[in-house]
Write a protein that binds this ligand. Structure first.
Ligand code: XIL
Length: 466
């Protein structure tokens, strides 16, 4: 009898120790935002970059997804991801990785979606992908969405190639692989429309609880918060965050946007007037729950938003002016004023006016690898290598021409003696022209102008990839 009682006491003790301590952030709630990297690196208008610097953390809206980084099984394309990581480092910002595996066939590269796989061979693809990407960004990306959107709205497993071929344990496998590659990065599961306790949320909580109890390495959960017609009460949002926190998980409000479409009254100004109240509720819910470490808005300017067409869902307007929603985020999350060391703004581009200081002969060379139409459309950008000769910095205007007509251009400032990548963004209209032209050849023209006002010109036609 005594022995039994002793066993019970040990079991009880073990239970106490096995229950994870609720997650708790140690500093203020961080504010993050999602970035369109082609715009970030090449928009001649500095307002996009200047506004992006106001956030503590950046997520690539698309450019780190498998669809974009892994056009074929053999090719990993980290150019845009690296550009964002470099921008973040220069501005003391964290980087959130989004996403290693997304259960969404239409956003999965064709070579995966249309391949004929067995469980073993698709697990090998998954292992290869997670390993290469985590290794590439090791130490530079602090958190990753390992899996995105694996659940259906009714709480069952969502249909996608990963689930069909590997089976119901595919999510667990992805997390185990990720942990085996990088023991230090924080591993998150990200989900849409599970922002408050509903059927999908309960399934997510059950999965997370199961993972925790079996030692599957899950550190946190992203609740997307692409809000629609339901504007949850603060208490509901808090409950969702709190219950995840009780499992020892960190919570990221990972893709917040609040379209004004659903905000009652008929006119846009009336709807806009109601928007800050929704932002306030979300911010207050996160602030009140210690598990909630960051709110990321899905973009920041109404000029460039996933929700499109008059949704005006973000904290800055089309002209990058802060809206009341931004003021509310600051008021709730930064009551004592800004918390982040903001890097000094980068030096302005060299004015192309004569100085005596410039020496050396200015030359510029450009190289454009032959790229498939598919790759250009997927990247939404042309990547050009530039090399400047001389001793100074110069500003280089890169113009892409299609059948002699200007297609797109970008201006970059580069230092002499270093090969530098220039990214020329391709907007919707440009991509449509490219699709129509099919076999048209793109020619690049690069005109460098240095501080002495001298210029040099180069042309490049596509060369075969080396
Ligand atoms: C969206 C991007 O915002 C769009 O630009 C892209 O065309 C499709 O994907 N949930 C997610 C995000 O996890 O990756 C999605 O992003 C929006 C929904």
């Amino acid at each position: 009898m005594r022995l039994l009682a002793g066993t019970a006491a040990v079991a009880a003790l073990l239970l106490v120790f096995a229950t994870p301590a609720p997650a708790a952030r140690t500093g203020p709630v961080e504010l993050g935002t999602a970035i369109g990297v082609p715009t970030l690196v090449s928009d001649p208008d500095p307002r996009y970059r200047d506004t992006a610097r106001l956030f503590d953390a950046l997520t690539a809206e698309n450019d780190m997804k498998m669809y974009y980084q892994r056009p074929t099984r053999a090719v990993f394309d980290f150019a845009l991801g690296d550009a964002m990581v470099a921008f973040a480092a220069a501005n003391f910002q964290q980087v959130h990785g989004h996403t290693l595996i997304w259960c969404n066939d239409s956003s999965t590269p064709g070579w995966v979606r249309n391949g004929s796989w067995t469980r073993t061979s698709l697990l090998a693809v998954m292992t290869e992908h997670i390993t290469r990407v985590l290794n590439h960004y090791r130490g530079r990306v602090s958190t990753w969405d390992v899996v995105n959107e694996a659940l259906a709205d009714d709480g069952s497993m969502r249909d996608c190639i990963w689930n069909r071929v590997i089976g119901g344990d595919w999510v667990e496998q992805a997390f185990r692989i990720a942990r085996s590659v990088d023991p230090n990065v924080r591993l998150l599961y990200n989900e849409v429309r599970a922002d408050v306790p509903n059927a999908k949320y309960e399934a997510l909580l059950a999965m997370a609880g199961d993972f925790k109890s079996r030692g599957v390495p899950l550190d946190g959960v992203g609740l997307q918060f692409h809000l629609s017609e339901n504007h949850p009460a603060q208490a509901q949002m808090e409950e969702a965050i709190r219950r995840l926190g009780e499992l020892g998980l960190d919570v990221h409000i990972s893709e917040l946007d609040v379209p004004i479409w659903y905000l009652g009254p008929p006119t846009i100004p009336e709807r806009l007037a109601l928007q800050p109240e929704i932002y306030r509720r979300v911010a207050a819910a996160c602030q009140a729950q210690p598990a909630c470490f960051r709110i990321t808005t899905w973009g920041f300017t109404d000029r460039l938003t996933y929700r499109c067409c008059n949704a005006k869902p973000l904290p800055f307007d089309e002209e990058y002016r802060p809206k009341p929603a931004w003021a509310v985020l600051q008021e709730v999350l930064r009551p004592g004023g800004p918390t982040r060391p903001i890097a000094p703004p980068p030096p302005p581009p060299p004015a192309p006016q004569a100085t005596a200081a410039s020496t050396g002969v200015l030359t510029v060379a450009a190289r454009l690898k032959r790229q498939r139409l598919r790759t250009l459309l997927r990247r939404r950008a042309l990547v050009v290598k530039l090399l400047l000769g001389g001793t100074d910095t110069a500003s280089v205007r890169v113009t892409a021409r299609l059948r002699g007509r200007r297609l797109a251009s970008a201006v970059v400032n580069i230092a002499a003696g270093r090969t530098q990548t220039a990214v020329v963004p391709l907007g919707f209209g440009e991509r449509r022209r490219l699709r129509r032209a099919r076999r048209g050849r793109i020619v690049i023209e690069a005109v460098a102008t240095d501080a002495a006002g001298r210029s040099a010109k180069a042309r490049a036609a596509p060369t075969a990839p080396r």
